[in-house]
Design a protein around this ligand. Structure first.
Ligand SMILES: [Cu+2]
Length: 140
């Protein structure tokens, strides 16, 4: 076997090694992407961490965003990203309107409501009176 052959074989081995490495790396990346998607819950409105303590009302961020505008017939999904229970309840703390009520939402739990009628819908959290939000439903 000549020196040239050995060099050619070495080059081929290196190329195969590199391409195998690329395949393995790209597979790992794909797996990681799937994992990331699993942990990210998609919501229109988020209940962020620490909103179970007063303070978020100062920046109007107890529900984020606190105001959302949608078209008639569309839905809004709320996701509880806090470690405490929260609710999404229509009306005001001292005057619930009984249009929608999520009940107690566990951490990472979500609630979806379809708004069939136009209007301005105020809502709050039954556990934390300072948590307030609003859904504005426009003509589609
Ligand atoms: Cu709450």
């Amino acid at each position: 076997m000549g020196k040239k052959r050995i060099v050619i074989i070495l080059i081929i081995v290196i190329i195969i090694g590199i391409s195998l490495g690329i395949v393995i790396l790209s597979q790992n990346t794909t797996v990681q992407d799937v994992d990331d998607q699993k942990t990210v819950l998609k919501g229109d409105v988020i209940m962020p961490t620490k909103v179970s303590r007063p303070g978020c009302e100062k920046t109007d961020s107890c529900y984020t965003p606190s105001k959302i505008v949608i078209k008639q017939g569309n839905s809004v999904t709320w996701v509880n990203e806090d470690v405490a229970f929260h609710s999404v309840t229509s009306g005001y703390y001292d005057e619930p309107s009984e249009i929608f009520d999520s009940g107690y939402l566990d951490p990472e739990e979500s609630f979806t409501f379809i708004f069939e009628n136009i209007g301005i819908y105020d809502y709050f959290c039954t556990l934390h009176p300072w948590m307030k939000g609003q859904v504005i439903v426009e003509l589609s």
